[in-house]
Design a protein around this ligand. Structure first.
Ligand SMILES: Cc1cc2nc3c(=O)[nH]c(=O)nc-3n(C[C@H](O)[C@H](O)[C@H](O)COP(=O)(O)O)c2cc1C
Length: 220
């Protein structure tokens, strides 16, 4: 499976089988997280065989079941902390998908006070991502049409369309898809459009999809 197929195949999965993630896959994830932290300055951690983050009434209310592995996205406070957590978190999510694993982002429905204890003082906990073998592969989300998110006055190259289509496959909080993508003097940009929860995290996730599919860096 390549990264484009991973974007198509990825859907939020909240119920897991309990099957353990194999050692070889753990090593690949650990190495990717090490690279992401080195590049971004974030502090992303992965917890294996630890059910505490999703062992709460709120998590169960959010339909999470049998979550035994998760990522913690955190870092020292800075202006782009949320966006960077989105960007690097999605890079790990898509790698997990390519390894045959399933995931679900969670900003709200998890045991925040338990996870906070694992984040060093001086760092801000942004959110977590459940990861493991899903009971199902999930289902495609309803999506806005491409012309509702693209805002372009100039001619659109093929790579721009590929990026915009991939952006619409990205997970966003409550599936809000509150972003716009455009071109200025041939250079792509992505911005938040409208109000909503966690739009800065969404922006980073969408940017990662756009860049991976188009091969072009976007400004935000
Ligand atoms: C920033 C962010 C926060 C999210 N928080 C939660 C959450 O707290 N609980 C939950 O059940 N799903 C959460 N989700 C999952 C979204 O509901 C899901 O990604 C969206 O409905 C699109 O569906 P898909 O991921 O299957 O494409 C979150 C997603 C994102 C991107």
């Amino acid at each position: 499976m390549d990264i484009m197929q991973a974007m198509e195949a990825r859907h939020s999965v909240r119920a897991y089988t309990g099957k353990k993630i194999e050692l070889e896959k753990r090593q690949i994830l650990d190495e990717l997280i090490r690279q992401c932290n080195a590049e971004s300055g974030l502090h992303i951690q992965i917890r294996y065989d630890d059910p505490t983050a999703f062992d709460s009434a709120l998590a169960h209310y959010g339909k999470f079941r049998n979550v035994e592995n998760y990522l913690i996205l955190a870092g020292t406070p800075r202006d782009d902390l949320e966006e960077q957590c989105g960007y690097y978190g999605e890079r790990i999510v898509l790698e997990a998908q390519m390894l045959g694993l399933n995931t679900c982002w969670a900003a709200l429905s998890f045991h925040k006070s338990a996870v906070k204890k694992l984040v060093p003082a001086g760092e801000k906990l942004v959110l977590v991502i459940a990861i493991g073998y899903g009971e199902t592969r999930g289902a495609a989300h309803k999506s806005k049409s491409i012309d509702r998110v693209v805002s372009v006055q100039e001619e659109m190259p093929d790579w721009f369309w590929r990026g915009a289509e991939a952006a619409l496959l990205a997970p966003t909080a409550i599936n809000q898809q509150k972003f716009k993508i455009g071109l200025k003097n041939g250079k792509p940009w992505i911005s938040v459009s409208g109000m909503g929860p966690y739009t800065k995290i969404d922006l980073g996730i969408v940017k990662y999809h756009f860049e991976a599919a188009s091969g072009h860096q976007a400004t935000t």
